[in-house]
Ligand binder design. Structure first.
Ligand code: ZN
Length: 445
């Protein structure tokens, strides 16, 4: 079993590891204090004196397929409901090959930005794309990135009072049967798991109450997590009041989702009392600052939710509303948007924003084996160097990543394996992927 020593980091987000850390068998085996050497002999040493070493970033909300419809002329400059209505018919053209390329491209972008664990929320299963999650499992395994893939779903179409057209929804029985199939086949509950499955009915305005209730029961039965969009817009609040006669958080409680198994995307339009309830039940919230800004959805009350007891993580959200899949950029967005929201420069520090993208996100996914640099944790690391012009003159290396606007990692390790070296994904032809994905995207014009 080989031992790898990452020696003398320029900065590292872990106390007691100022001299570096030792990786063995996919985990962090030892933290080395400043000026010290590893306690046991090592087989390989990598000098990281030019690198800032962070825990691998964890993305807790995305829609990989949307990389095919970025900056789409029919959707730009619209808010959520009209944006969705413009895109649903275009997305109904999804088929396996373009979906595979979209998944590969999004995961590659994420890896290159320092992300080591990604959650995707895939809820579109037009005819022929029944194996969407199977395709995602294959692509993630090829790239060596850790994933929580959610079996998303929509079963409430326009004809039944929902927002999406008939062409993009499925019936609840099909969805629940496929959810069970995917859990049985791929959901790994063990420590250090590379693949986990979660269940993710899309949103209150595209899913029936029955599907919400039965998904919660399945998740309980199979010990997997639950995910959905909630509290994203005032339109959603109005929809819930009209259709369900209550606000979204009441609805969540009514369908059996108000518990620590659940993490929500967005979480913007909550009252103080609703934040308190979510926190008391340990419901996680994925903050999506870029998407919330682009769609003008509003501000997620991250500090109120944290104070109430909710884990708060970070997500890039779908690539049609961000329109990038870059986690270190999301960290910068979280700092800027958080300070604007609270009208306070102290409200979200650089380290607070990184904490959201690491520990906070890991907690949203229910993981205790990733998100920090400590002995026994999985060896998931993002290493950034400060060689670019934008960092010249910076003094605090960790704050510089966020304030000077880092865009890509120099090295990324997942489970002890290098997946990005010299800023490039290992074993993947980026130019070819760009060409193939760009060609595939033409059918969505
Ligand atoms: Zn989303």
């Amino acid at each position: 079993m080989s031992r790898l020593f990452l020696k003398n980091p320029l900065a590292i987000l872990s106390s007691g590891a100022e001299g570096g850390l030792v990786v063995e068998d996919g985990r962090i085996a030892e933290l080395v204090p400043a000026g010290a050497a590893p306690l046991q002999p090592v087989d390989e040493t990598v000098d990281v004196s030019a690198h800032v070493v962070l825990p691998g970033l964890v993305n807790t909300h995305h829609h990989f397929y949307q990389t095919l419809t970025r900056a789409h002329p029919q959707a730009i400059d619209r808010e959520l409901f009209p944006w969705l209505k413009a895109l649903y018919p275009i997305w109904s053209r999804l088929e396996p090959e373009s979906f595979r390329l979209a998944t590969r491209l999004a995961l590659t972008e994420l890896l290159m930005s320092g992300c080591t664990t990604a959650a995707d929320h895939h809820y579109l299963f037009p005819g022929g794309l029944d194996d969407a999650i199977d395709i995602q499992v294959e692509e993630a395994a090829k790239l060596g990135i850790r994933v929580t893939l959610t079996r998303g779903s929509m079963d409430l179409s326009e004809k039944d009072g929902g927002l999406p057209p008939d062409s993009v929804v499925q019936d609840a029985d099909t969805i629940l049967a496929d959810s069970e199939r995917l859990i049985a086949r791929y959901h790994d509950r063990s420590e250090g798991a590379m693949t986990r499955i979660a269940l993710a009915p899309c949103s209150p305005f595209s899913v029936t109450k029955r599907l919400m209730i039965e998904s919660a029961a399945l998740a309980e039965q199979h010990d997997c997590r639950l995910h959905t969009h909630l509290g994203e817009t005032e339109d959603e609040n109005r929809f819930c009041e009209e259709v369900f006669g209550c606000r979204p958080v009441d609805y969540l409680e009514e369908v059996g989702w108000l518990g620590p198994r659940t993490w929500l995307a967005h979480g913007i339009h909550f009252t103080t009392e609703e934040c308190r309830r979510l926190g008391a039940h340990k419901v996680g919230v994925c903050h999506c600052p870029a998407s919330n800004a682009v769609l003008a959805s509003g501000f997620c009350p991250v500090n109120d939710l944290k104070a109430a007891g909710s884990p708060v993580g970070l997500g890039v959200d779908g690539s049609a509303s961000n329109d990038a899949s870059n986690m270190i950029e999301a960290v910068r967005h979280a700092l800027m948007v958080g300070r604007l929201n609270y009208r306070s420069a102290e409200a979200v520090t650089a380290r607070d924003a990184i904490q959201m993208a690491t520990e906070g996100s890991a907690a949203c996914l229910g993981r205790t084996d990733i998100g920090t640099i400590a002995v026994g944790m999985q060896a998931d690391l993002a290493l950034f160097n400060l060689d670019e012009l934008r960092f010249s003159g910076a003094h605090d290396p960790v704050a510089a990543l966020v304030l000077c606007g880092a865009t890509r990692a120099d090295r990324v390790m997942v489970k002890g394996e290098w997946r990005v070296v010299d800023g490039m994904p290992v074993g993947l032809d980026v130019a070819r992927l760009r060409a193939e994905h760009g060609a595939a995207a033409r059918r969505f014009a």
